[in-house]
Design a protein. Structure first.
Length: 587
């Protein structure tokens, strides 16, 4: 390959590699075995969330080596570094979940600090777990350097032993970690033995990779392609596939093309690109957490793209990709059917994609889609003319119970079941709700309310998968509804409303509810209301004793609670591009 002329006088790394005064800095690079040529090439950060916390991240270290090879092939110098992750599947259902959303901010912050501290010119980011994907993309947009994102890949589907002790429905389908949470509910309901539960937990997650359904990790992986930060089809193949190495190398080469053409993250992440991403979330029945992460990514670019904007796109986007938890298939099946490129090709047929958005390949979305020959298979990806439902798999709600909005996933829920009215059964935290569900201390037809779980009040905005999965495991997923100012896992099934704002800690209406108040969730018309007059709500607000005290009075979670903004704006912790006086890439 011919050597490309990169003008270091315009790149951040000039501050650490060029001129006589940088001799001490260069001595450090020589100490690491770098050649003179490598020192004077563009320095590319290869950021990974590798760790031994979970299967989502365990393969990222190997994949990073392929990325580095691609950077070197294209005359760049890769510098690998790692950041943290908190894995929701292991943090779920206990105090550890308070660290999850805060970790998104920590990931963005630590990638930013590493890039700034060492004056790297560009970044290729590899991530696997739920919050690490948006955290990595947020850092790219914040820094506004040439950036390529690559997903670590999904886990392979599990299969249950074909023994009578395991319920037939578990034996007949591919398994994901969602099935394990629901198996706990079956076990609590005395419908599954200790031995069956033990057998299932050994086979549900058979490889490296992130959770296999269209949960938050795979949802945000699809976002990375749709928004343009990842190469087309790079997120699809499962983590164990060695073919991922080819995409790693291609991503390394791509970032060097972006440097050469001076295409930066904010050239890619535009309002139109965010709308494309929201379309893909909607049509795949993706995680409600996208309603939190897309506004946060937009915030880094100074774009106002809030929960209501996301939900507006969800409202008129057909749902036509048949993925778990609302559907039948997992990420590997979507990859085998052609992946997100085929999904976006279907959206283009209906005029629902902005084709002029530039991508990490330097080509536009339209140019990329022109290269895709495959068509919808009709099984995993339905033709957009005959979708599963005519509106998106996620719906935004507003009303006197959620003035700032809320969100509900309706993928897999029949239209006639998308309106629910019932009396409130109020719990002050997730643990209280889970204990009541476990003991069956609730009634069919009730709306279970879990409050004080918002970003500031939780603190940490925990996910409620343990509670919702237990309800599903007890066969009550369609017989009760649930609302919270916290979040839901992308694996959540049932009629479950999250992100209710303002949160209880801010004195939102959810803080004022009492047992027996009649709540209506109307996903057809986008409403979340309680049958109370404005006068009654005002009186309750006047009588409100204030936010519940927490035990988090120092440390990272306290800091997050003090800084975090409202959910509908993405629960972000700094002013974003709107407040900046400089952009890192211009220094």
């Amino acid at each position: 390959m011919l050597k490309r002329p990169f003008d270091k006088s315009k790149l951040p790394s000039r501050h650490v590699t060029e001129g006589p005064e940088r001799a001490p800095h260069r001595s450090y690079y020589y100490a690491m075995g770098m050649t003179e040529e490598e020192i004077h090439q563009p320095l590319v950060g290869v950021a990974t969330c590798w760790n031994e916390a979970a299967p989502c991240n365990i393969a990222l270290n190997r994949q990073a080596q392929a990325v580095k090879m691609g950077v070197k092939q294209a005359m760049g110098t890769p510098r690998e570094f790692t950041t943290i992750t908190v894995t929701d599947g292991i943090a779920m259902g206990h105090e550890g979940m308070r660290s999850s959303l805060a970790s998104r901010e920590a990931i963005a912050d630590t990638v930013e600090l590493t890039m700034r501290g060492h004056s790297y010119d560009a970044v290729v980011g590899l991530a696997g777990c739920d919050k690490s994907l948006p955290g990595m993309m947020m850092a790219m947009v914040r820094l506004n350097v040439p950036s390529v994102f690559i997903y670590g890949g999904s886990i392979l589907p599990g299969r249950a032993p074909q023994v009578e002790e395991i319920p037939a429905d578990f034996r007949s389908r591919d398994l994901t970690v969602q099935d394990m949470f629901e198996a706990v509910g079956r076990h609590q309901n005395n419908e599954m033995s200790d031995k069956a539960l033990d057998m299932l937990e050994r086979v549900a997650c058979p490889s490296a990779g992130a959770c296999g359904g269209q949960f938050t990790a795979n949802t945000m992986a699809c976002v990375s392609e749709a928004i343009g930060l990842a190469l087309f089809n790079s997120s699809g193949m499962p983590a164990p596939y060695e073919s991922r190495d080819a995409y790693g190398e291609a991503s390394g080469r791509a970032v060097m093309d972006l440097i050469e053409q001076n295409i930066k993250a904010r050239d890619i992440v535009t309002r139109k690109a965010l709308e494309n991403a929201a379309r893909v979330v909607a049509c795949t029945g993706g995680s409600t957490n996208a309603g939190l992460h897309l506004p946060a990514i937009a915030h880094e670019a100074g774009i106002e793209f809030f929960l209501e904007d996301v939900c507006e796109i969800f409202r008129d986007t057909p749902y036509f990709v048949n993925l778990k938890p609302g559907g039948a298939y997992v990420a590997k099946d979507l990859y085998d059917a052609g992946g997100i490129p085929v999904v976006m090709k279907e959206l283009r047929k209906a005029g629902l994609i902005h084709e002029d958005c530039v991508t990490a390949s330097t080509r536009t979305i339209g140019e990329e889609l022109d290269r895709i020959e495959r068509e919808a298979d009709g099984k995993v990806i339905y033709p957009i003319e005959t979708p599963i439902t005519k509106t998106g798999g996620v719906v935004g709600l507003k009303g006197n119970l959620a003035p700032e909005g809320a969100i509900v996933k309706v993928a897999g829920i029949k239209a006639e079941d998308q309106v629910f009215t019932g009396p409130a059964r109020v719990f002050e935290c997730e643990e209280d709700a889970f204990a009541a569900v476990k003991a069956r201390e609730y009634k069919e037809g009730e709306v279970i309310v879990i409050r004080n779980e918002g970003p500031a009040g939780g603190p940490g905005m925990r996910e409620m998968l343990s509670t919702t999965a237990a309800l599903s495991g007890q066969g009550m997923g369609k017989k009760v509804a649930l609302i919270t100012d916290g979040r839901f896992s992308g694996a959540t099934r049932g009629f479950c409303v999250g992100h209710v704002g303002p949160e209880a800690a801010q004195g939102g209406p959810i803080a004022l509810l009492k047992n027996g108040d009649m709540i209506t969730i109307d996903a057809v018309n986008g409403a979340l209301t309680v049958d109370l007059s404005d006068e009654e709500l005002a009186q309750r607000k006047a009588d409100w004793a204030g936010p519940r005290e927490t035990i988090y009075t120092s440390g990272a979670i306290w800091k997050f609670a003090k800084l975090v903004g409202p959910t509908y704006k993405g629960a972000v912790t700094h002013p974003g591009a709107e407040g900046e006086k400089h952009v890192y890439s211009d220094l």
